[in-house]
Design a protein around this ligand. Sequence first.
Ligand code: NAD
Length: 383
Amino acid sequence: MNDTTQKIESHRKLRLGMVGGGVTAFIGGVHRIASRIDDRFTLVAGALDNDAERGKAFAVAIGIDPDRAYDDFESMIAAEAKREDKVDVISIVTPNFLHFPVAKAALEAGFHVICEKPMTTSLEDAKTLAEVVKRTGKQLFLTHTYTGYPMVRQAREMVASGEIGELRRVQVEYAQDWLAAPDEDPEAATANWRNDPKKAGQGGAIGDIGTHAYNLAAFVAGEEPKEILAELTALVPGRKVDDDAAVLMRYANGAKGTLWASQVVAGNGNNLSLRIYGATGGLEWWQENPEELWYTPLGEPRRLLRRNGVGATPSATAGSRIPVAHPEGYLEAFANLYKDAANALETGGKAELVPGADDGVAGLAFVTACLKSSAEGGVWIAL
Ligand code: NAD
């Protein structure tokens, strides 16, 4: 296991700032861990909370210099822009409605951005942000987590190299149950902003997890559908946004797809799966068992491909840290996004496997089309 031929690379550690991700938050902590796994970032500044005092206290507790623990994102961006040792990149891990103002301000002040999904709460804002990225020449990395999994990257490579033949069917499902309780239930308290269209956007489950499913399918298929038909429903009585979404998809070559996203189905934790079939084979991947990719060349037995195992493709190997059968998972997938972002920032190149602003626009175009299709009683909408 000691590979003495391994090249030793040295890198300047990138200085990271963070907006959101306070003591009560979910994904901020994941970003902090992911940023450190490959020793490429150091967290030096933060405006971590909507409660400024709690945010500053937490920032200091996790090692941020008190001078760089800020009340809010505006003061962080203004103060950092004046420093010689300013942050290189700002991670945005707030509720959705803040992604746009924070990302726009950060990019315009000269910072690169790592942004949570959905990129914005409206298609109009997404398009504006993509223009800001172009105008400023700064990079925006969109953390669609699932593109970071080695076996998802392998599936993408296998589809691109023709191992399933011409695309026939895409079946993507993202099922959870953590929003199954009524909004007024104390159990649902941490999810409150997700059920508020002003904070989450008009799309509920379709924006929160439907965009992940859509991005995953497009990432692996190598293409987006040309039109969709959607039925969005709030199955929990009184909920102001959808919590269940069923979407039919048509691809340019006549291939068909189905996307189902639901946050109210008992027994489902983070049950994301992708099954993709072509004329000569099929691939199947389950997020809760992410080390495995099932491959069936038509007419042959179903084969189990394992992360960093026999038959691993270059992108899957590059995204692995430890040998086959020593489980990696969510945190390492997230770390692949951070590592690829660091490489792109260091070289000034693109992170080919990390979604960017254009994917953010595609996600919002998808959500917008689903809302329109559903509101009109289920009509086909061109993307
Ligand atoms: P959360 O409610 O757990 O945390 C949000 C954090 O943002 C809190 O600490 C809150 O204090 C802070 N915040 C709110 N307003 C702020 C402000 N004005 N300034 C600074 N901080 C502020 O939410 P979460 O589940 O961590 O989700 C955050 C984002 O991450 C959302 O956009 C969500 O869609 C996304 N997300 C992505 C994934 C993924 O797999 N990539 C998973 C979960 C959440």
